[in-house]
Design a protein around this ligand. Structure first.
Ligand SMILES: Cc1cc2nc3c(=O)[nH]c(=O)nc-3n(C[C@H](O)[C@H](O)[C@H](O)COP(=O)(O)OP(=O)(O)OC[C@H]3O[C@@H](n4cnc5c(N)ncnc54)[C@H](O)[C@@H]3O)c2cc1C
Ligand code: SF4
Length: 480
């Protein structure tokens, strides 16, 4: 591979005044009917030019916004110099999943939000560069397996193979401990695999990053539901594990509690996306789990999950895909980029609209319409967003054939239910010490969505790293 020539050096003023290179994307109406990834990513020249804009601040504020502590200025300098292998090595010191984080992390509210250049110009495109370096390493075949210390004879069980579990597994394996990851589903990756669709995060990228973990000696056992196949006590006492990290996520969907919710054609977003992503409904009949034929689909909710479901519905052939959300555009919790992509692709936004009943055909039981009421916004509530309240006598019906409910998830309850001496909050989250990720039970640590409720990939990874440091320390000192 020929080494690209580093771009000419620019003054600080020039760097601040230069916008980021745009990232090419599939045209909206074309991509709305296929599952191929939407943006194409930077090439080497674009990446070097963008990385060279970094001011290499003495006090890099960008790093304060990164929950896993990536050494951002160093990896940017290495990219600018064309030292991509060095940049990949720097990145993997703290983050084993750069190609994933570069695609799904909300950088605009984290590292990029704190980049000093953002005060007067466009902040450095840290996320796009992270993605570039992860992709470059994978595609060039130059993947370096991080070194692991000599085996210690200690054994750690990790329950759940989402970002929290995988990150913890990497850091514990590096310390020389044997790691076994238990996963309830037939394939590892957690939400990365079963929730986030192919057009945002291709499965081949998850597979490649998992292969790296396996090359570090981590064993992943699928189809093992801890709490049913084994309990945590059995893992610790009978199976001889020295520590357990619980990273079982928040996969229990909330429902609206409105009449008609059990009609045929009503899905939770979890079921709809799992059928599509994990069970291959998007490749039916090659895979044999279909979703019902879609005509008009309403997705209820305004977060990333709702955007993923609404955009997936279009790609599965829906004539119209609607977002129904009770607040306004400014209150949508989804990433701005996801909302923008959904709008471009033709998803219709029915805002200030609150569903009150699902109407179905009395003979067949299939959904026919969504009864809604108009809403108006009042003063901000505890979440800081303006509180919606119903407009009197404003009910109307939206005719449709499928309803997807994407209003949030609660923590998976099985582990808390089968581990009696584990402290659990009223909301079902495992209670831990925020620094050490230690639970109330000796030898048991927890992190990610099972502790936070539905949050983000990078926060789950940050928990996984902190838990790993604490597990390694516990295994060395024996102190709880
Ligand atoms: C559709 C969707 C889109 C999202 N988009 C984004 C995004 O763009 N950016 C972002 O930052 N975040 C996003 N999120 C949130 C993010 O994916 C989660 O916060 C993150 O995956 C949580 O990681 P985790 O490791 O805690 O749990 P998960 O990823 O939920 O993984 C938990 C794993 O544990 C397994 N498990 C559960 N119980 C057991 C058991 N008893 N035994 C064995 N295994 C078990 C589950 O099968 C699962 O594989 C999205 C979430 C969804 C649902
Ligand atoms: S804050 Fe911005 S300019 Fe400064 S080191 Fe971080 S990325 Fe570079």
């Amino acid at each position: 591979m020929t080494q690209p020539t580093p771009p000419p050096k620019r003054t600080a003023k020039e760097k601040i005044g230069t916008p980021r290179p745009p990232m090419r994307e599939q045209p909206p109406l074309e991509r709305a009917r296929n599952f191929l990834e939407v943006p194409f990513g930077y090439g080497p020249e674009q990446a070097m030019v963008e990385a060279e804009r970094c001011l290499a601040c003495g006090k890099p504020h960008c790093m304060e916004g990164c929950p896993v502590g990536n050494d951002i200025p160093t990896f940017l300098r290495q990219i600018a110099e064309g030292n991509f292998a060095g940049a990949a090595r720097t990145m993997k010191e703290t983050n084993l999943l750069p190609a994933i984080c570069g695609r799904v992390c909300p950088q605009e509210t984290q590292c990029e939000a704190l980049c000093v250049i953002g005060k007067r110009g466009e902040p450095i495109a840290i996320g796009r560069l992270e993605r570039f370096i992860g992709d470059w390493e994978r595609e060039s075949g130059a993947v370096e397996v991080p070194e692991c210390a000599a085996p210690t004879g200690r054994k750690v069980a990790i329950i759940g193979s989402g970002p929290a579990g995988l990150t913890c597994a990497a850091d514990v394996a590096r310390a020389g401990h044997r790691v076994v990851v238990y996963e309830a589903l037939q394939k590892p990756g957690g939400v990365l695999r079963y929730g986030i669709p192919e057009f945002r995060l291709p499965k081949a990228i998850i597979d490649a990053e998992l292969t790296l973990l396996e090359r570090m000696g981590v064993e992943i056992r699928c189809n093992e539901v801890i709490g049913m196949t084994d309990t945590i006590d059995e893992l610790l006492v009978e199976e001889g594990y020295d520590a357990v990290f619980v990273a079982t996520g928040a996969g229990l969907p909330w429902f609206l509690g409105i009449p008609g919710e059990n009609a045929l054609g009503v899905y939770s977003a979890n079921e709809f996306l799992t059928r599509t992503n994990l069970m291959g409904a998007w490749r039916f009949p090659e895979y044999d789990t279909p979703v019902q034929r879609l005509n008009v689909v309403a997705t209820i909710g305004g977060g990333n999950v709702a955007m993923d479901a609404a955009r997936t519905a279009l790609r599965l052939g829906a004539e119209r895909s609607l977002i129904v959300y009770r607040r306004g555009l400014d209150e949508l919790p989804a990433r701005a980029e996801e909302v923008h992509h959904a709008q471009e692709e033709g998803v219709e936004f029915h805002l200030l609209t609150n569903p009150v009943e699902i109407l179905s055909d009395a003979r067949t039981g299939w959904v026919q319409a969504l009864r809604c009421q108009r809403m108006e916004l009042g003063e901000p509530d505890a979440s800081g967003r303006r509180r919606p309240s119903p407009v009197p006598d404003s009910e109307f019906d939206l005719a449709l054939g499928t309803v997807i409910i994407a209003i949030g998830n609660a923590p998976n309850p099985l582990i808390p239910r089968t581990t009696p001496d584990l402290d659990v909050s009223r909301k079902g989250q495992i209670v831990v010490d925020q620094e050490s990720m230690k639970s109330s039970k000796r030898g048991v640590f927890a992190g990610g969505d099972i502790v936070r409720g539905a949050a983000t990939v990078i926060l789950a990874m940050g928990d996984g790293r902190r838990a790993a440091a604490s597990i390694n320390e516990y295994l060395e000192s024996g102190k709880w």
